[in-house]
Design a protein around this ligand. Structure first.
Ligand SMILES: Nc1ncnc2c1ncn2[C@@H]1O[C@H](COP(=O)(O)OP(=O)(O)OP(=O)(O)O)[C@@H](O)[C@H]1O
Ligand SMILES: O=P(O)(O)OC[C@H]1O[C@H](OP(=O)(O)OP(=O)(O)O)[C@H](O)[C@@H]1O
Ligand SMILES: [Mg+2]
Length: 281
């Protein structure tokens, strides 16, 4: 049975469960449950703190896990990113009180508060800098005003928490994080892990593409399909109406309206958009 770790609480917990449900897996019904067996798919889900997930996967006690890229890097364990799951996006950044530090080059010799000492220490060693890392559990933004640190390194999503604490970001993000599927090795081509990855990839594609269908005059087909090339190739079917064809193609959800406008301007009609609930490409 494939054994998979997923977050029991926090930002990544609900979207991770939802994504697995969308991929056809059974998920717990009570948020207090710590285990859920999906007999039909031969998978067992263990609900764990996101910070601990890399540890279980790195040790080989669990086969796969869903956690944040920043947490994987922080753990330093021998597990690798198998698939970017495209939710839980955040940056990990330096921040200091406005008007104090002006560049990330100035962090050497300072006191840095963080709940991610592994990420900070990796950066310091890569940049040959020395600094005093103050390890905290959370609410790190308070550390500077309470006098225990000169700057912080923390997760920034909207930036609201930083602003409220009078802090401003310093330099480029240390890393860009999102929820990822991790394993000790790549998932390969066959077997239960590969099947899970394919199912999750199907959900990712279904979320970021829609199916577009329209009718267009046959002499405009080349121009129309240049706008909607599809992933492999668009489907073109004859219409009963002389000189017209029907076209179907997948397009990026974010481009839908722009493409519909362009198709309409070209002369296409009966332009229909349909959500894809799942797919296997
Ligand atoms: N707004 C956010 N705040 C915190 N973590 C976030 C945010 N958006 C995405 N994440 C990601 O969630 C993971 C941290 O999850 P974790 O459950 O440890 O903290 P949390 O969601 O802040 O919950 P809590 O602090 O209540 O334990 C990291 O990978 C982080 O990048
Ligand atoms: O940029 P923002 O949208 O404001 O989000 C980022 C903040 O949210 C998280 O804190 P959380 O509320 O989880 O508290 P914690 O520090 O105790 O984890 C994170 O640690 C940052 O403080
Ligand atoms: Mg938090």
């Amino acid at each position: 049975m494939l054994r998979i770790a997923i977050p029991n609480k926090g930002t990544l917990s609900a979207p991770a469960s939802q994504m697995l449900k969308d991929a056809g897996y059974r998920q717990r019904t009570d948020p207090k449950d710590l285990l859920c067996r999906d007999e039909a798919n031969n998978v067992e889900f263990f609900y764990l703190r996101p910070r601990d997930i890399a540890t279980y996967v790195g040790s080989g006690d669990l086969d796969l896990g869903i956690t944040g890229r920043d947490l994987l890097v922080d753990s330093g364990v021998p597990a690798q990113e198998v698939l970017d799951l495209a939710f839980g996006g955040a940056t990990f950044r330096w921040a200091a009180p406005a008007g104090t530090l002006t560049s990330a080059d100035e962090i050497g010799g300072r006191r840095i508060a963080t709940a991610y000492p592994g990420v900070v220490e990796r950066y310091l060693s890569e940049h040959k800098l020395e600094a005093d890392v103050v390890r905290l559990d959370g609410a790190v933004e308070n550390a500077v005003r309470l006098g225990v640190a000169d700057l912080i390194a923390d997760v920034v999503e909207t930036g609201t928490t930083l602003r409220q604490a009078g802090l401003v970001t310093l330099g480029d993000p240390i890393l860009r994080s999102s929820a990822i599927l991790i394993g000790r090795e790549a998932a390969g081509e066959t077997g239960p892990a590969a099947q899970l990855v394919r199912r999750l990839q199907g959900v990712l594609v279904a979320r970021s593409f829609v199916m577009l269908a329209y009718d267009v005059r046959a002499d405009l087909l080349d121009q129309a399909t240049a706008l909607t090339p599809g992933i492999e190739s668009p489907t073109v079917s004859p219409l009963h109406r002389e000189g017209w064809v029907a076209v179907q193609a997948m397009v990026r959800r974010s481009d839908t309206h722009k493409i519909m406008d362009a198709l309409y301007d070209l002369g296409a009609r009966a332009i229909l958009v349909t959500d894809i609930s799942n797919c296997r490409l």
